[in-house]
Write a protein that binds this ligand. Structure first.
Ligand SMILES: Nc1ncnc2c1ncn2[C@@H]1O[C@H](COP(=O)(O)OP(=O)(O)O)[C@@H](O)[C@H]1O
Ligand SMILES: [Mg+2]
Length: 426
């Protein structure tokens, strides 16, 4: 009895070696992690790792039941940023069950396997098939924090976060509203962290839309670039919900905002090292910094309303971005505010055709829904979860994060095919 008690006390405290091993590790960013263990010997160090200060920003959950439990869960639920799987199976069987699980894994999810076989062949096979790391039992808490840290913190590795820049073809088309709602949908649907950066310092509305009034935000970062690192960024972020935080604009006119071309580069880079998705809410301007920011974003989403000036501007932005980023996919298009009563409009197909793009979404003019949400500082999904516009937002959330193909594409292709057939008949 005494022995057992003594043992468990030892277990709960880090050994001198563990403390030494962890000294040089940096805090792990806002990632979601789920572990599926088969033995206490693995579950316990993972649980303890979750309590380490370096893991304070992560969302970690430990389940028992190994790969089988993971498979059951992910048949229905989206996968987190990292899955840790313990398996006592021998190599061949382990590879087979991992294969089954792979079908349900989001493309961006990383996987670490904890095995009981010290087998170089298995290790190579796992790494080749995209597994981030294979560790053999016994594992310590320091091993766990170190593996996670290598995957997400290593300064030589790519930042974990993607950046998506949202810009309107004109002012007032709904680009910010859509950016905020998509960020919210992604953070709630996938329980994956999103940072929204409001780059419209003078007039930004993210603070209003998320009902936040932080004392500090993006202005502090942009005016003291030498201070920016993950810790400083953390202090500037306003937590809007479990998985959503905001780098708010001051939205005041006390100072003017003339920025250098690279003014936002470091903030964005740091944010991308801190969360899996960074949403850049861009003002409708064309300046050195806005051009540089659009050029560097992983994805660009243009929101336009269906009228001529919007079409002309969208065409210019699309052409410019194609020239600036010839090796990237074209920007994505959202046509917003269709069907405004009595307002003549360009049909969505006619709008999209000269751009050579299929709209990712077509969102109708819904003044009541949008107006209520805006005036109450609530997201559309919080106001009226069952509204078709919310379903559209959720659909786009899947497409933007690579969880689903663009559905509209097929329809558009079929549409133009039918159009051609129709023309031939005449
Ligand atoms: N589909 C829509 N139906 C009705 N109102 C909308 C729609 N989309 C946006 N709005 C409203 O239009 C206004 C301008 O939106 P905002 O997102 O600030 O535009 P932008 O960022 O492009 O300047 C807001 O009041 C918003 O609630
Ligand atoms: Mg805006």
């Amino acid at each position: 009895m005494t022995n057992l008690a003594y043992d468990s006390q030892l277990d709960a405290e880090a050994s001198t070696q563990e403390i030494a091993a962890m000294q040089s590790l940096r805090p792990v960013p806002r990632v979601s992690i789920q572990a599926f263990c088969e033995t206490e010997g693995v579950a316990q160090p993972i649980e303890r790792a979750g309590e380490d200060r370096r893991m304070a920003k992560t969302h970690l959950k430990v389940h028992m039941g190994g790969i089988a439990t993971a498979l059951e869960l992910y048949k229905q639920a989206p996968t987190p940023n990292l899955i840790i799987l313990e398996s006592r199976k021998e190599p061949r069987d382990m590879l087979a069950s991992l294969q089954d699980l792979a079908e349900y894994c989001d493309p961006t999810t990383k996987v670490v396997v904890v095995g009981h076989y010290n087998d170089v062949g298995l290790y190579r096979e796992l790494i080749r098939s995209g597994i981030s790391e294979y560790v053999v039992v016994p594992i310590s808490m320091a091993d766990v924090v170190s593996v996670i840290s290598t995957i997400f913190v290593d300064p030589d590795s790519d930042p974990i976060g993607r950046s998506v820049a949202f810009i309107g073809a004109k002012g007032g088309v709904g680009s910010s509203t859509i950016a905020h709602n998509l960020a919210w949908s992604i953070s709630t649907l996938f329980k994956s962290d999103v940072v929204v950066a409001d780059l419209d310092l003078a007039f930004g509305t993210a603070n209003i839309n998320f009902d936040q009034d932080p004392a500090q935000g993006i202005a502090e970062a942009v005016f003291s670039p030498e201070r920016i690192d993950e810790v400083y960024l953390d202090r500037l972020l306003a937590q809007c919900s479990d998985h959503l935080s905001l780098l708010a604009a001051p939205s005041t006119l006390e100072r003017v905002y003339d920025f250098d071309q690279e003014a936002f580069a470091q903030i964005i880079d740091t944010a991308q090292r801190s969360a899996p998705l960074v949403v850049l809410d861009m003002p409708h301007v064309w300046t050195g910094w806005s051009k540089a920011t659009l050029m560097k974003a992983d994805d660009v989403v243009i929101t336009a309303t269906p009228e001529l000036a919007n079409l002309r501007n969208t065409k210019n932005i699309v052409d410019m971005l194609k020239r600036l980023r010839p090796n990237d996919p074209p920007p994505k298009l959202i046509i917003n505010q269709t069907g405004v009563p009595k307002r003549p409009e360009i049909k969505s197909d006619d709008f999209a055709e000269p751009l050579g793009l299929s709209p990712m979404a077509i969102i109708p003019f819904e003044p009541q829904l949008f107006g209520n949400a805006a005036n109450n500082g609530r997201m559309l999904g919080e106001m009226e979860a069952a509204h078709p516009v919310v379903a559209t937002m959720n659909e786009v959330a899947h497409v933007l994060t690579g969880r689903k193909e663009l559905k509209v594409k097929k329809k558009a292709a079929l549409g133009s095919l039918l159009g051609k057939l129709g023309r031939k008949k005449k």
